[in-house]
Structures are given as structure tokens and as C-alpha cells.
Design a protein around this ligand. Sequence first.
Ligand code: HXC
Ligand code: NAP
Length: 300
Amino acid sequence: MDTSKLMFRDGLMKGERILITGGGTGLGKEMAEGFLTLGAEVHICGRRGGVCEETAAELMDKHGGKVVPHACDIRVGEAITDMNDEIWAKHGPLTGLVNNAAGNFISRTEDLSIRGFDAIANIVFRGSFYMTHDIGKRWIDQKLKGSVCSILTTWVWNGGPFVVPSAMSKAAVNTMTQSLAVEWGRYGLRFNAIAPGPFPTEGMSKRLSPDADGAERMERGIANPMGRVGEMHELVNLAVLLMGSGADYINGQTIAIDGGMYNASGGNFSALTAWGDDQWTAAREAIESTNAKDKAKRTV
Ligand code: HXC
Ligand code: NAP
């Protein structure tokens, strides 16, 4: 990311201690860099402990400051509690949480097994709740303020053909955002979300556009009113607005950042109704090969 394009003043996030789930890669890593540059202490977690360690080292080399990596699987409630106990004891209370970790792949819904559904729902639906619940209870007990931002998709408003477990789970996290904004607002806690359009990352592109054609269409911003994909600093600026101090009265909102794509074309994968068996078989093989490569690096 070109950090000169951050729109906020230096030091804006000094005193913030923010955990970004899935912060070792993709959008999570970009947000980690933005928050760090603006003075926050950043914690990142993922199942590939080595990837988080490399990211933390890379960002601290570049910008100084403090990025702490954690190997944690957010599907496991006890692992979340252990990580948060460690953060509180060794570093101090978090001031913010970004629910960014997710799993996803395109598939015809009739081709999904129960395990395939659970693979996504356990990360997005359950994991996001487990993490929010564990940290929220600490904030309430200790009478601390806190801010949560969840990274969703525009499918929370119109559904996600061919990504049904993701669309269902993200919609549930949207409901969590609206509900806790009201229930826990009285404790000084606020809950918002971002619904990004296409911001190509390796994790996303290899699972949602595994075919060369789809990847090219995505990269070129075809079907996007602005004729391009998102730039990382644009997403990061929005995340800073929600996670930094100064606009604390924003509570219970899910904000799209998609160049207008959702309004123009629904912003989802409805075009894949044109695919036949061969394309689905090839896509699945490509996705499963990506999954296997990533899985080999997991340390938890
Ligand atoms: C059908 C599939 C499949 C596919 C896997 N499965 N890929 N089914 N089509 N393409 C099935 C498997 O066959 C298996 O079921 C089950 O899913 C579990 O597979 P595992 O590989 O054991 O899963 P697991 O190790 O739990 O890994 C979870 C994962 C993986 C979600 C499958 O992709 C992952 O870890 N992803 C994390 C990163 C990620 O997905 N990033 C993308 C985020 S992008 P059976 O029954 O055969 O055993 C994103 C963008 C949104 O969300 C918006 C864009 C605009
Ligand atoms: P990504 O790089 O694949 O990010 C996903 C991250 O989640 C990875 O770092 C992964 O790390 C982590 N993760 C997955 N399961 C986990 C688990 N059980 N426990 C802990 N961490 C876990 O993809 P991305 O594109 O940056 O996506 C980031 C977020 O943006 C997701 O919520 C996604 O839905 C959302 N989003 C992205 C786009 C886009 O265009 N890129 C658009 C809309 C929404 P490990 O594998 O090491 O665990």
C-alpha cells in the first residue's frame, strides 16, 4: 500500500491496541499496516503462525512500532480465550477488534457437503461471534470502551449465489453488528462493518476466480461502474475512520466500498449460472490445490 495516501494525521491511532483476525495476509495485512503507520499497536492472528510472524516482522522493519503475531484458530473457543488472556496479561487490554478472518470458495450449492458448508460457517459465522463475545465480555467486566469492525460483503443485502455458506454467514455477522450496537452501546462499545467490493488478494482470487478468465475480468474491474477494482488505501482509510477516534458516534452501520458495483450489477456471482460441469470441475480442482498448499503451512 502507498501509505502517503492515508488521509489521517500521524499519531491518530496512538494508544489503540487492535486485534485483526486473519491479519497475516490480504486485507487484514493492509489494515495492520495502516493502523501501525498511524501509531496503533497491532495484533494479528491466523492458523499459519509462520505467515503471521513474517508479516509482523515485515511491517515492523518497514515502519517500526509493534505488531504481535499469534497462531490462533478462531473456530476454537478455548484458543481464542488463551490468546486474549495472553494479550491482556503481556500487553494490556485491546481497544479494538477487526473480524477479518474468513473462508470462502465458489461452488454450486448442490455440490457442497455438510463439511464444505461447515468449513466456511465455522470460520465466519461461529468464529466471528466467539471472538466478539470473548473480547466484549472483557470490555464490559473491566468497564472499557471498545470498537469492533467486521469485514463483510455486499451479499449481506442481496444474497450470494454460488457462495451460499459465505453469504449466509456474513449476513449473520451483519445481524450481530446491528444487534450488539444497540445492546452493548450502553457500555461504550460500538459495532460497525465494511462491505468491500473487489480488492484482489491471493486468498480471494484463487478461491473466487480460479479460472484465468474470471481472474482477468476481476482484475480489470469489468462490470464495475468505476471500471476498476478497489485500491488498498481506500479500504484502509475507511477502516481507520471506523476504528480510530473522532467519529465514535457511528454505531451499527455496514458501509459498502465497491465503486457502486452492488447498485450496478448486484456485485455477486450470478453470472456463474452460465458455467457447465467442466468449468465447475476445473474450478474445484484449482481451489482444492490452493487449499492444500495453504493448509500445509498451518501451525494450529
Ligand atoms: C466444494 C469444497 C471446495 C470446493 C473445499 N471443499 N473446497 N467443496 N467445492 N471448491 C470442501 C472439501 O471437499 C471438504 O468437504 C470441506 O470443504 C472442508 O475442506 P478442508 O480443505 O478440509 O477445509 P478446511 O481445512 O477447514 O479449510 C477451510 C476452507 C479453506 C474455507 C475450505 O479454503 C480456507 O482455509 N480458507 C481460508 C482463506 C480464504 O478462504 N480466503 C478467501 C476469503 S475471500 P468433504 O465433505 O469433501 O470432506 C472472501 C471474499 C468475499 O471471503 C467477497 C469477494 C467479492
Ligand atoms: P485472505 O488473504 O485469504 O484472508 C483470510 C484470512 O483469514 C487469512 O489470513 C487466514 O489465515 C485467516 N483465517 C481463515 N480461517 C481462519 C481461522 N479459522 N482462524 C484464524 N484465521 C483464519 O483473503 P482476503 O481477501 O484478504 O479476505 C479478508 C476479508 O475480506 C474476509 O473476511 C473476506 O470475506 C473479506 N472480503 C474480501 C474481499 C476481497 O475482494 N478481497 C471482498 C469482500 C470481502 P490462515 O489461513 O493462516 O488461518
